[in-house]
Structures are given as C-alpha cells and as structure tokens.
Design a protein around this ligand. Structure first.
Ligand code: FPP
Ligand code: MG
Length: 298
C-alpha cells in the first residue's frame, strides 16, 4: 500500500517530462524490494518523505539501468533487462531521464537533503568505477572490496536514511547515515553470498554469476586467503570464465566450507553495528529491518 503510493509518485514525476517513449521504456522496469523507501518510511511518514522515496527509487533505477549496460547483463530480477530488449543506447538514455527527473523534484527540498543525495550519487558512481577497476583481475583484498561496496551500494541507502531523519527533524541525522551505511554494507555482502548459495529460480540469474562475470566478492576473497599456492592458481584461472560442471561443483563445495560462514559473520558484524545504532535511536522498526535483511534468502 505505502510502496504502491511511492510507485505512483515515480510515474507522476516521470510523466512531467512528457515523453511517451520514456514512459514506455519505464513500464518495462520491474521494481524490487524498495529497501530504500521502506527505510525512509520507517523514519519519517509525511508527504515529503513519500516524495523523497520516489526520488530515491528513480535514482536507484537509473543506476541499475547504467549498471546493466556496464556489466553487459541481459537479466534483471529474472526478466530481460532494458538493454537486452531495447539496446544499450535506450537503457542509458532512460537512466539519464530518470536521474534528471529525480533531481528536478529534489530541488524542492532543503539544501542539506539535496547535497546529501547529490553526494551519494557521486559515491555510487565512484564505487561503480572502482568495481570496474577491480574486475580487471582477481581481487584478493577484502578492504578494497569493502570500500567499493560502501560506495557502490551503501551510500544511497545511508543518504536515504540521513535525509529521512532531516525531514523528521531528528536530532542526529549523521547517526541515521551511519545506520544506513552499516545496513547497506551488510546488505551487499548478503547479496553476494546469495549469488553463491541460491539457485537460478530464486536469483533470476544463474548461480555464481558474479565470479563468472569477473567480480571477486567476499566469499571468493576468503577462499583465496585459505588456499595453498596450487589451489590459488586454480581459482584465479577460473575467474571471469564460464564454468564447466566439475569446476562449478568443486568451487561451490569449497566456498561452502569456511568462506561462506566467514562472509556471513562479516555481514553480521555490520548488521550488529546498524542494530546497535537503531537501538540507541530508539527505533524498533529499524532494528527489525536489520534482522530481516540478514536472514533474507532473496
Ligand atoms: C549494482 O551492482 C550497481 C549499483 C549498486 C550501483 C551502480 C551505480 C552506477 C552505475 C552509477 C549511477 C549513476 C547515475 C548518475 C544514475 P552489481 O552489478 O554488483 O549488482 P547487480 O547484480 O544487481 O547487477
Ligand atoms: Mg550488475
């Protein structure tokens, strides 16, 4: 119900550019869990908060449109991506239209909100740039991975949380930023774990897609860390490749030992920090969001 209202608002904002072509492309987009809107509405329930949700969802959709072009992904949420159906050029331009429509609407807000969201889009883009750089060869450095996901995935979640707090006239918006940042990092680690543990049906794409497309996420970094020189060579030789049945099975088996539980523990570390902040802020809903996020299977 609340999220339906946000979806309606995104459509209303986009309709202001008066482009049937843009609306037609937009109608092919699948909305996801709308985590950022859920977070905003858990902090502030006002008309302005709903507008902020719609703005953030438009930015999020724009970033995924661009990301699918950058990653050459044909699937998004189990359905053909916009770039797969209409080509890269249309996907990029739709992303630009969503992004600029969102910023037009954002100009109605107080400068603190505008600056926080604008800064987070720079962070998203810098994180994506870092991700592209890391794909050049197998990355075995956990700190580089964690810094990249902080920028690429956690920054817009953190800014959404902070801006909702500003709209609610909360005392310490920076604490809400910190909450969102920790939640966002945990969220991306869990996402990267699910890419390994879930099947095609749940993921909407084949399992181990990250590794095959050149992303060495935390479980792979931990696996590398635990391997001897010969196995390290084997792992690196598979990076960015289609996997045959034997290598797929062997890789999944090796990840299922300690690397996946170490990665889960790392996600929990960030989740616990977020939960602690939510507790200090006295917001039970924010606390439950952490638990649901850590326990999710999609
Ligand atoms: C998904 O990563 C991508 C992101 C979380 C952010 C991408 C950000 C940009 C492309 C910059 C956007 C800039 C503007 C101006 C809108 P992933 O590939 O790891 O996840 P996936 O499996 O969902 O594709
Ligand atoms: Mg991608």
């Amino acid at each position: 119900m609340q999220l339906e209202k946000v979806k309606d608002l995104t459509r209303q904002i986009l309709s202001k550019v008066q482009s049937d072509s843009a609306m037609e492309l937009f109608n092919n987009l699948e909305q996801g869990k709308m985590l950022r809107s859920q977070l905003i509405l858990a902090i502030c329930d006002s008309e302005a908060a709903y507008n902020l949700c719609a703005i953030v969802e438009l930015i999020q959709s724009a970033s995924l449109l661009h990301d699918d072009v950058i990653d050459g992904s044909d699937l998004r949420r189990g359905k053909p991506s916009i770039n797969a159906i209409f080509g890269n050029k249309s996907a990029i331009m739709l992303g630009d239209i969503l992004y600029s429509s969102a910023f037009f609407e954002l100009s109605n807000f107080t400068p603190l909100v505008i600056q926080s969201i604008a800064q987070s889009v720079s962070c998203l883009s810098i994180g994506e740039l870092e991700d592209v750089k890391l794909e050049a060869s197998f990355n075995a450095n956990a700190d580089k991975y964690l810094n990249m996901i902080k920028l690429k995935s956690a920054s817009l979640i953190a800014a959404s949380s902070e801006c909702a707090a500003i709209l609610a006239n909360a005392k310490e918006p920076k604490k809400y930023y910190e909450y969102g940042e920790n939640l966002g990092i945990a969220f991306q680690i869990i996402d990267d774990i699910l890419d390994i543990t879930q099947d095609r049906e749940k993921l909407g794409k084949p399992a181990l897609s990250d590794f095959k497309s050149g992303k060495s996420t935390l479980p792979y970094i931990y696996l590398y860390d635990e391997m001897d020189a010969i196995d390290k060579e084997w792992l690196v030789s598979l990076f960015g490749q289609e996997l045959d049945f034997d290598n797929f099975t062997k890789l999944k088996e090796k990840l299922s030992a300690s690397p996946l539980s170490r990665a889960r523990a790392k996600a929990k570390e960030y989740g616990d920090k977020a939960a602690q902040i939510a507790k200090e802020l006295g917001n039970n809903e924010l606390q439950s969001m952490v638990t649901a996020m850590l326990e999710r299977d999609v």
